[in-house]
Design a protein around this ligand. Structure first.
Ligand code: SF4
Length: 388
């Protein structure tokens, strides 16, 4: 077997009771079947309490929240099950979080979710490009898989190329994101036309400097009204199911301020300019966020042959976080400390990535003939590019 993971993966340590957020607050924990069976069979008062607490919802077992928290979270903000019975007693989600695993036959990929504030802080605190390690052992592949081999062999290096473009610091991060959108769209066309082998030529084309230069020029052409796209994005996110009041509060503030901007049209440009100037020496924070999203989600597109919306999702997420950053800057008098950035990205990840309903709603918005096509996302990126 082969195992790929970000270089910092092994360094992660949970903050426990010192965590500023805590993964036992704000979302229901899904209990895997094996653990649920173990809890059901447990004798004694603990078994009784577990059986009383577990409920079935959407076809899976869960611990429903009590006053917004897991019912087993104690007064010290620690898990009482973990404290008394150890990690092995917990369900799979609680044992593994914030680690995630994607399996592709003999390749197992692991990573840390941005939704954990400590993982987010770890990823943002190092300005160097995120690197990955690949290890192997003699373990044989035991699980059958239905991965389309030809597509997998094309998508793996394509993802590498996308991450390489995202880490190319010779251009602004908004431009890197725009080029990735275009490359992913062309790859999707080839998948849809069953011209899988031609993705290799596409990769080769996008590795040439002249092609990248041409794409840069194209990205600077006006494609749509970026401001309208931002307003539509805010509205779409406000329609999603919120997990926390903090999230709703942020977006309500954005919605109100965008109405003001409609009366004062130059405000949007001034704000973008301020954000672009402030963030320029720290663009690597956005870069790390994009690399994380592409690493986590792009290759999963091998199963359905749907990679383009995954890149659109990463770009949409970048733009959404940039909007939140603008509001945060306003409340902090023009500052945006890295801790606030990590907090925002972590909150976004928690609210969107960890809600299957919200992910499905965004996928629909990004794949239908909705307001978030390529032209719209590029227009919103261009607003930030123009502000540099
Ligand atoms: S969110 Fe992360 S740091 Fe906080 S309690 Fe959960 S795993 Fe630990």
């Amino acid at each position: 077997m082969k195992y790929r993971m970000p270089a910092m993966y092994e360094e992660f340590h949970c903050l426990g009771g010192d965590c500023p957020d805590n993964c036992c607050i704000g979302w229901e924990v899904s209990i895997d079947e094996e653990t649920a069976a173990r809890y059901r069979a447990l004798e004694g008062p603990l078994g009784d309490k577990l059986r009383e607490t577990m409920v079935e919802a959407d076809g899976e077992m869960q611990f429903p929240l009590t006053k917004g928290s897991c019912p087993f979270l104690d007064g010290d903000r620690l898990c009482s099950l973990h404290r008394e019975y150890g990690e092995e007693f917990l369900c799979r989600t609680c044992r593994e979080y914030p680690r995630f695993t994607n399996e592709y036959g003999e390749l197992i990929e692991r990573g840390l979710s941005f939704s954990c504030p400590e993982a987010a802080q770890m990823m943002l605190s190092n300005p160097k490009p995120i690197t990955f390690t690949l290890k192997s052992d003699d373990e044989p592949v035991t699980k059958p898989n239905d991965i389309p081999a030809e597509l997998f062999l094309q998508l793996r290096p394509l993802r590498q190329q996308l991450m390489g473009i995202l880490q190319d610091r010779s251009m602004p991060v908004w431009m890197r994101a725009g080029i990735c959108l275009k490359l992913a769209r062309k790859a999707q066309e080839r998948i849809d036309q069953r011209r899988i082998g031609s993705i290799a030529k596409l990769r080769e084309k996008y590795s040439r400097l002249q092609v990248l230069e041409k794409q840069k020029v194209k990205l600077q052409k006006k494609e749509a009204d970026g401001f309208s796209v931002r307003v539509a994005m805010s509205k779409r996110i406000l329609q999603l199911e919120p997990l926390t009041g903090r999230w709703t509060g942020f977006w309500e503030q954005i919605r109100r301020s965008q109405k003001m901007e409609l009366m004062l049209p130059h405000h949007a440009d001034i704000e973008h300019h301020a954000l672009a100037q402030l963030i320029r020496p720290r663009e690597y924070e956005y870069e790390h966020f994009l690399v994380y999203l592409i690493y986590r989600y792009f290759l999963e597109g091998v199963y359905e042959g749907d990679v383009y919306w995954r890149v659109k999702f990463a770009v949409f997420s970048l733009l959404a976080v940039a909007e939140l950053d603008l509001r945060m800057m306003q409340t902090l008098g023009g500052e945006l400390p890295q801790a606030a950035q990590a907090d925002l990205m972590s909150l976004y990840s928690k609210e969107i990535e960890h809600s299957p309903d919200n992910m499905a709603a965004l996928k629909k918005a990004l794949t239908g003939k909705g307001k978030f096509g390529r032209h719209e996302l590029i227009a919103a990126l261009r607003d930030l590019l123009d502000a540099e």
